[in-house]
Design a binder for this molecule. Structure first.
Ligand code: SAM
Length: 217
């Protein structure tokens, strides 16, 4: 996925070491970070910072999330490689590419057209082929390809969007930041026989989830 003219390998290896030092243990997750070219997913102006463990601006007031946060997310989902995954909030497409390395098929939704188009181009440049992208309101999910074994919501919302629960497979798992704008709790949602269970995982600070089952624009 990284290509023969990739000169960022050393930076990427250092980032993986930092993730490991911070407690990320899932080898598949670490391998996905080692092989996914983050520099292709950030704007020119911040490319020199692509392998810092920090969030970076990607335009339209949005950010590519901090790698450590993304690694925690991915470790919690414990993907085996066979899953169909829904992602809400494509952003730069970087986490989408990581999901592509860890799951069988990825369906991703972004509400901001220009970000979606830039992400689509970056995914192509990175050689990611198992991703389908929809421009629209991800709080409604993508029913055509449901059910999903895992759902990852990359923006913070006030509630668990009911369509996403409906589109989660039995025993499926969803990770979503829940709470007020600017301060959320990362929450693991599981679909059970009786309904859903929600387990708080830790504090989070994501951009707002905007949509019918999110905040107003
Ligand atoms: N994980 C992404 C990455 O690696 O670049 C960063 C995601 S960014 C923190 C959150 C994204 O969610 C933004 O691009 C924002 O436009 C998008 N978003 C917010 N509400 C949404 C919605 N209802 N449906 C789809 N995308 C949404």
């Amino acid at each position: 996925m990284t290509g023969s003219r990739d000169t960022y390998g050393g930076y990427r290896a250092r980032l993986v070491e930092q993730l490991r030092a911070q407690g990320i243990r899932d080898l598949a997750v670490l391998r996905a970070f080692a092989e996914t070219p983050r520099h292709l997913f950030v704007p020119e102006g911040v490319r020199h910072r692509a392998y810092e463990d920090s969030s970076l601006p990607i335009g339209r007031g949005q950010t590519i999330s901090q790698p450590f946060t993304q690694a925690r997310y991915l470790e919690t989902l414990a993907l085996q490689g066979t899953e169909r995954v829904l992602e809400v909030g494509t952003g730069s497409g970087y986490q989408t590419a990581l999901l592509g390395a860890l799951a069988s098929q990825v369906f991703t939704i972004e509400r901001v057209r220009v970000l979606a188009e830039t992400a689509q181009a970056a995914l192509k440049a990175a050689g990611v082929t198992n991703v389908s992208l929809l421009i629209g309101d991800g709080t409604l999910g993508w029913s055509a390809y449901a059910p999903y074994h895992a759902i990852l919501v990359a923006a913070g919302g006030p509630e668990i969007p009911p369509p996403l629960v409906e589109q989660l497979a039995p025993s499926g798992r969803m990770i979503i930041p829940l709470g007020a704008k600017g301060a959320q709790t990362l929450t693991l949602v599981r679909r059970t026989e009786g309904g859903v269970s929600a387990t708080p995982i830790g504090a989070a600070r994501f951009v707002p989830l905007v949509g019918e089952h999110g905040f107003d624009a």
